[in-house]
Design a protein around this ligand. Sequence first.
Ligand code: HEM
Length: 526
Amino acid sequence: MYRRPMKLAQSVAYRCRSTAAAVKMNAGENSYMQQIKSEWQTAKSFTDLPGPSRWQVLRGFLKGGQYTNLDMRELMLLLRKQYGDTFLMPGFFGMADNVVTFNVENFERAFRTEGIWPERPGSDAVVHYRQNRPDGFFKDCIGLFSTGEDWGNLRSKANPVLMQQRNSALYLQPMQRVNQQFIQRIRDIRDEQTQEVPGNFLRDINHLTFESIAVVALDRELGLLRHAEQAPKAQKLFNNLQIFMQAFYELTIMPSIYKYVPTPTYKRFSTAMDEIFDVCSFYVNEAIERIEQKPADDSGNQSVLEQLLRVDRKFATVMSMDMLMGGVDTTSSALTGIMLCLAQFPEKQAKLRAEILAKLPQPTDEFAFNDMKSLPYLRAFIKESMRRYPVIFGNLRAAGADIVLEGYRIPKGTRVLMNSNLLLDEERYYPQAKEFLPERWLREQSGESEKLVAGNPSPFIYLPFGFGPRMCVGKRIVDMEMEITVSNLVRNFNVEYKYPTEKVFRSTFINSPVVPLKFKFTDIKY
Ligand code: HEM
């Protein structure tokens, strides 16, 4: 059970709200910084941190080396075994060093000192592309991949549109339409005898998550779930998003000279970025024409894209790209994990179905916005699924100040990789950690306030959407998307999966499914 002084608990609560709130919090944290400053005087040097030498890292990744062929999760766990909870992973060939940590107190320190414009390293390839695009389109608007004040300005424009709960009501209907197409798609593609969908079902999940973002970011369905073959432009965008993800990963984790010479991977990456740019600009321009033809709407119900366009046309185009780049594979990974949990725990699936059917007894009933607010077991189920199958392995920050972690000096700007999600299956943080217990996330009244039934672990462990002012800007959108999708799945089908579940994911930037997802969907009889 985690206990913290009241003052800090309050400051953490502020932190999740906005950049402005972060300024307020930082002002109140002088004494915390003072404490770190005094520790700095006596702390050990950065270079004394345990960890492999550059040579050991290089050797480890060469053919036959101990790190070759490990995915990110396996690599991190092996390194932890070798060097303990906090170690230095040296970069080579111009790549930055990383301080890797599994220590919750370090997560707290890194986040509490991240500053008002937290920096999440690792976006260099996107920034490089955007800074060097020959037409200079991104010169004054690099997007949410930027840093410092530029990022702060953009983020403070994006938050009121994307992070407001009331705006979620705007995309409830369009997302439901997309979701119904997904349910129909399952009926169309499943095998008549076995009721199993084909092994390449991940593609359909990706189409769902792509279309769900498109109705928000581009204000329209693109047709991949209904008639993919008749939607070549959408196909092109979708395919290029996949190429972008793969090439971005390679450029970020492998040494590369792409900043000086366009390597083959960078060429692949920048061609995909060009195509994403062209297609998104096309759709945004089309939306502008559509919106301009509509009668003026001062009801406050303008679509998300319309609201972004009101801020600035270029900003809206860049945001639509950033949303598509951040919101497809991540959400597909989460939905795959949730479906696996539905299949592995039929009694929990039945409990969830009972909650949904109590709200929507008829198969044709549609969710109203208020329905979504009172489905505690649904939310708990999704949270527990994301604990069991985290989408990412942790969070990354450039230290926002000189800090001390476990007695070592960590200079400002050092990359700190916090492997918070690799602690989610540890008994000391989550009692009965191996069990699937959505119930642990339910809340109960405790005096004036609410608390988790199972007690609150540290707020710095379960961070699937990151932390503070830089946390995922799509959180509201994805919450709604997952809630609608999971509800619709369980009210339409009994979900099963008859295959091994030990190695479904491979962990890179995110945990991506790598096995055939032959889920069995049997119709629920009403
Ligand atoms: C289950 C699905 C998702 C997960 C697990 C996820 C997770 C994350 C995480 C961990 C971060 C980094 C936060 C930090 O550094 O503190 C992030 C950032 C971001 N996410 Fe998501 N995300 C998801 C879905 C989405 C969706 C649907 C969108 C688009 C609507 C989106 C757009 C973004 C963007 C643009 C950023 C960069 C924000 C910034 O740096 O200001 N994500 N996400």
